[in-house]
Design a protein around this ligand. Sequence first.
Ligand code: NDP
Length: 448
Amino acid sequence: MSYIEEVRASVNARDAGQPEFLQAVDEVLSTIRPVVESDDAYRRNAVLERITEPDRQIIFRVPWMDDKGVMRVNRGFRVQFNNAIGPYKGGLRLHPSVNLSIIKFLGFEQIFKNSLTGLPIGGGKGGSDFDPKGKSDNEIRSFCQSFMTELARHIGADTDVPAGDIGVGAREIGFMYGQYKRLKNVYEGVLTGKGLTYGGSLARTEATGYGLVYIVENMLEAAGDSVNGKTIAISGSGNVAIYAAQKATSLGAKVVTMSDSSGWIYDPKGIDLDVVRDIKEVKRGRIKEYADRVKSAEYHVTDPDKNTPKVWSVKCDIALPCATQNELDENDAKLLIKNKVTAVGEGANMPSTTAAIEAFQKAGVLFMPAKAANAGGVAVSALEMSQNSQRLAWTFNEVDERLKGIMKGIFDKTAEAAAKYAKPGDYVSGANIAGFLKVAAAMIAQGV
Ligand code: NDP
């Protein structure tokens, strides 16, 4: 059995029952073969065994009190996966679906993504099965303070620096940061995505969505095309989706769909982002309200049990899945291909199933995987850490220009690794290989 097969079998046996984690490991292992098999040093140094096993996994109880005075208990997680190239870095997700498998898949992906940015950050991820939907500010604060009371002992500006993810935006980061400071009595950049009045970076809010569009533009340019004039289907209506839509629109594209977990909107005239931002960022409402307010829009309910159509049923040139994992399956891919989609960029983490990716690649659709495509968020988080350490604040344009440069660097590294080790344009292999090479070299240099 080859080294890769041995490790794959061992991870499958040890982590059976963690489907999302196994899916992420499988995708990486199946693409890094040309590199791993070219040098026995990887096996001698147990690089694959070590890179698939987190440094540590912390699971803890999070008790908090709701507005009726009832005590509630959730489960908190922080997986510190790999710090070969820098302090652990990765977001915190608050969603009822959160479990160890999901946090481990996200932490594993983060190792390679962070490496691709070229910045000194390791991989980690955390969160809780707490559902922020429908909770008052008071309940959110109570949860966040309790969550940080335990998390604080495991993190630090040079150890592990969490950020936001699904369900964690500026409000939640603010409550967690306040609690960390109270407990530790230090003012340090222990979280990123902070508010601008207390150490946050300009352009961090926009970074993931903008970065996604920058790298899709790089990918299209390499194929002699551009975002300008294209019709785009986006899923999600959260942080990544909103700023991807904003940047794509400013580059001359027309975004015609957005969604949340209840349903999706189709606006053939192009989505009015002021309305979406008012619904989502100000009123914390549902995307359905868009169709109540904008005459040209249709609303479609999503019923996961009835296999109702998704945003991917709409005709578009570019698809940007920006909601959650496995939201775009093989049937969706086939529908998009039938409707002549030319490019896909993953804003969310692992939004396309393995079969969907294969379908896109087989049909010659340009495909930029999440590790490269959504790395802009963590890259600007790393820039926030630099600003905090320097006790300086850079301008929006300065950060945005650096983000553009970082995304171009990621595209170039990904394209070069694809051409060298797999085949030109295979950005899935390229991103995995380019991310792996740096981390593996650092792991070997530092000894087992
Ligand atoms: P938000 O919480 O801001 O938005 C998430 C959006 O996706 C919401 O519209 C939400 O709808 C929808 N969604 C979430 N879960 C589901 C589900 N199970 N089914 C259908 N829709 C769902 O999160 P972000 O925009 O920050 O994150 C979106 C994705 O991007 C995630 O995969 C995240 O890991 C990834 N990402 C985020 C980064 C960031 O900087 N924020 C960085 C890199 C990756 P609803 O409100 O109904 O739940």
